[in-house]
Every structure is written in structure tokens, then in C-alpha cells.
Design a protein around this ligand. Sequence first.
Ligand SMILES: O=S(=O)(O)O[C@H]1C[C@H](O)[C@@H](O)[C@@H]1CO
Length: 626
Amino acid sequence: TTVTVSATASHPIPSTMWGQMFEDISSGDGGLYAELLQNRAFQMVTPEGTTAALAGWKSLNGNITVVADSNPVSAALPNSLQLTVPAGNTNNIGFANVGFNAGLNVIPHATYKASFYYRFQKASKFRGSFVISLQDGSGTTLTSQKVSITGSQTSWKQVKVSLNTNIAPGSTSNMFAITLNGDSAAGEVINFAMLSLFPPTFKNRENGMRQDIAQALADMKPSFFRLPGGNNLEGQTVNTRWQWNNTLGELVDRPGRFGDWGYVNTDGLGLMEYLHWCEDLGMQAIMAVWDGYTLSGASLAENQLAPYIQQAIDQINFVIGDPKKSEAAALRASLGHPDPFPLKYVEVGNEDFFASDTYVYRWRDFVTALQAEFPDIHFIATSNAFNPILSPNPTEYDVHVYQTPTWFAQNSFYYDGFERNGTKYFEGEYAAISTNPDNIFGSTSQGRLTFPTMQSSAGEAAFMTGLERNSDIVFAASYAPLLGHVTHNQWTPNLLAFDAGSVYRSTSYYVQQLFSLNRGDEYLPSTLPEQLGTVFWSVVRNTSTKEIIIKISNTASTPSALTFVLPFKNVASKGSLQLLTGPATSSNTPTNPNLFAPVTSTIITGETFNYTAPAVSVNVITIKAS
Ligand SMILES: O=S(=O)(O)O[C@H]1C[C@H](O)[C@@H](O)[C@@H]1CO
């Protein structure tokens, strides 16, 4: 196949082209959010004896139970862990947290920040101390600190200690423990609340992100970050929807909520943490507002929308408002960020194609009010494009697709036929997730992928060459889900998988990274691939580095010989090749995390040059040319 490239760009490529979609889907608490203690504040649990109430916690010779505290640490956190020290025990008495999914990683030569509130249930003459420690799975102390306490402390008191580690434990089966001397403390009853243990965080942010996962995400150089979801925005009911104002301020004031993926969200990863994260990675937020539809399938009636429209106005004012004019903006300033955050896109709901009929009035009422308040914001619709017709006419639509690798390979022309009428598209969620076209969302035994495979990644890359070609109307695209725990998850495949100690980069992660790190700022038309063929390409130019960047996906199980004709005078005789290839059904997995990764080499290039794309490969060729 001969690919002739045009010297004249067809259109500029938006700087927002490649980014990330995030929600808490076994990816926030216990994942990107660095808090190491599971169930740290007993949020939303049923106290008094249910085992779920003590998830993550275990007794160390003490009697522990979760109580609905008669004098709770805050209105947001009604439950506490109550320790009763039994008589006649000379051991260290107390309790421990074993982390999320029984994993609590302890890295050496690091400072861990522990904090908790405690109070004696009834005054006593006790004088002694807590031993606050990190222990390995066999109970060997890795590091500890002592804090003096007295039985007169019947009001809540917060303890903060730094725990410095030296040796690396043998595994991630470690625990955070609070103990005291059983002999002297016999009979004492002590309540604990809002316990927290943080490792060093990405950019040392307070209440920040886990370093290794954050770094893997940063290494993609994303331009936007969609938050807070996805399904996790919506709630099963109106009362369990995501509410921006419940996710701010002191952790002790955050109630948490039942997330939409089957577990309680601490909301320690809240709107301010998301916005700081966008700042730290130089990303724009694509922020969603709740729009009156819940995952139960119910929509609010039109005459019920006003308070939620106001909540959305306040949410946007929190991000960009003037502290002198808006209380929500003043709250942002009080939290240390008087300047507005950058925000251009606000998504109205999520996947409202499930409730298109009511979206007609929900979109109309939300966007009419919001656009009046925020004339410079672009509101993204989440129903199917132009079906139904919405008013005001959406400037952007969010399009989602989960399909087979073959579907992606055969639909790289998805946007070529779209009318150029000024509407732009956000390919907000896409991934090849199953090899079974008759049951995309089935189980692994029905074709669902556990991890991306070279075949799924090459299919996605083919599709992405189409997104690049159509980036005159596709302004942003993100694979979903971005991140998920390797075993305790609600969805596979994920772009990145992780466990307590590691983060695993999939072949699709490398594809996303190859496209994001090898961007052009303008698109160069070229001979079109065969729409239903097996090899696909896009050609872009980076006008500042004067480089031509050719991305090729060969989805076939046989190599594909290509000839490129570049209409430039000075084309370098050598170019760089980044090649990701491997057997179609192979994956990077926790047992073989780096089987497949892009390999860089030099190839012969020129005004005309041949290149053979290996079977099942994603190729990025970069050539200096002017
Ligand atoms: O069950 S789905 O609707 O397919 O869920 C998908 C779509 C939704 O926006 C997102 O939260 C989720 C996985 O990324």
C-alpha cells in the first residue's frame, strides 16, 4: 500500500485531544487516593456488631466494636471504633488496620503520617501511652511512636504522628496498629474516630495521591481529566448522588457516600483534590454536574429541578466564581485557592441516553440557567447526538462505546461521515472489552477481557487514527475505565491495574501514551486506509519540532508493507520508530507486567520510504521534515 501525504494541513489538532476519564470504580479509595486505611471513619456502616462495620480492622487482644457514638467526633461521622481493654492481660492491647483488600504497602526510608481522634468513654485515673506502629504481617514492628495519654481525656483529641520507615517489609501484608499496655489499662474504654495513615504522596500534596499510580497517570501527559464520573456521579437515588459540597474541607467533616460501584466512597478524594490533581498534571477538568437522573432509572420531574440547578451553579462557582460574589467561590478561597481553576467544559449528567425523554427538559432547564450564569462554559450533552433534538443546541456531545477489537478496527471511519455543523465530539469512554460481539458486557468466560490484549490495543489504536483524522470535530478522547484494582474490581479491562504494591501498565496504556506523547498540532491528510481493511494510519505534523509523525496500527496477523511518500524537501534519512507488538491474545499481567512495551529504534526514512508494520502492531514513526 502506498500512502501519499499532503503537505497542506487540513486542520489544527486541539490541545485537549488526549486525556483521562476518572471515577471511583475500585480506583479512588484504595487506589489513586493515597489513604492506606480501609474504612477509616466507619462511614455509612451499621454499628454494633456487624462484621462489615469493622471491615479492614482487626483486634489485637482488645475487644473492638463500632458504635454509634453518643458524642460523635463530628456531625458527618457518627460512628466510632470502641476499644475495651480486658482485665488480666499483660500483652499490648489494641487493634490494627490491614489496608484495602488486606494490602498495606510500606516503603522504606519514608515518612508516614498517621492521625486519629480519641476520647475516653468515661473519665479515669489512667496514665499511659498509645504505641502507634506499622507492623508486618507477622506482627514485627517496622516503626513506632509513643504518645502519652490520660484517662481524663473524655473530649475528642486528635493525635498526629510521623512514622519513619527504614527496612522494607517482606510483603504488602502489613498493618497499622494502635496498642497500649494491657496491664495498666485494664477496664479502660476508649473511642477512636477518623483514623488515617498516608504514605508520601505525589508532589507531597496533603491528602493527596499515591505516588506510583499518580506517576503512571502523569506519564501519559493527559490534557484533560473528566470527573467525578461516569456512573459514580449519578447515585442509585437522588440522596446518594455525588454532591460536590460534601467532598470538601476537613476529612472529619466529609460524610462519604454510597458510591455507584458497590462500596462506600470516603470522598477524601473530593472536588478540591481533583482540581489540585488537574493543576499538578497541567490538565483541564471536564467536570460533570448531576442533572436529575439516577441509576435506578428515575428522573426528577421538571418542577423538581430548581434546587439541583442551583447546586450545579454553586459547584461551577466553586471552581471559577468570584469569591466576592459567590459563597461557593469564597469557600474555594477559604480552602486556599482564591484564584479560579481553569474550566471550559462542563458535562451535564452521564449517559443520559438511558433517559433521553426526560433529558429534553433536564438539559433545557439546566443549560438555560447555567449558560446564563457562565456564558464562556461549554456544556457537553450526554444523550445520543441529535437524538433527541435538544435545546439549546449542544455545542458538544459525549460519545461512549465499548465493543470488540474487530469493531474498533472496522470503525475508524466512525466520524468521517459526521456532518460538519459546528458540533464537536468528546469520545469520553471507549475500550475494546470483549471478543464476543453478542455479549460485550459479559463475563470472562463469555469473552470479556481481564486485561487489554495486543489485539484490543491495536483495535483501539486503529480507531484512534480515525479520531486523529477527525480531530476537526473530535476535541477530546479518553479510554475508560482508566484504573482498577487487579482483583477486587467491578470492571475489566482497565487501562491500568494496581494492587497494594504495584501498578501494571497494559498494552492499551502504552497505546494511549504513544498517541498522547507523540502529538501533532495539525493533521496532514493522506491516502485513506481501507475502511474495512486491517491496517490504519494517521499523519500529523508538530510544527514546533518540524516533525512528521506517522501512527500505524496493523490489526492483522500478517505484516503489512507500506510505502510512504512525503512531499517535503528536506526529509531526514533516518527516523525514529516506537514499536509495540506481540501475539494478538497476549497481555501484560501482574505475573508478567512488562511482556510488551514500546521499543524505540531508528529506521530508514526519506521523501519516499518503505516500512513494514509487523503483525498486530502499533507503530509511531517520527521524521524531521521541512
Ligand atoms: O455499565 S456501563 O453503563 O457500561 O458503565 C460504564 C459507562 C459509565 O459512564 C461508566 O461509569 C462505566 C464504566 O466506565
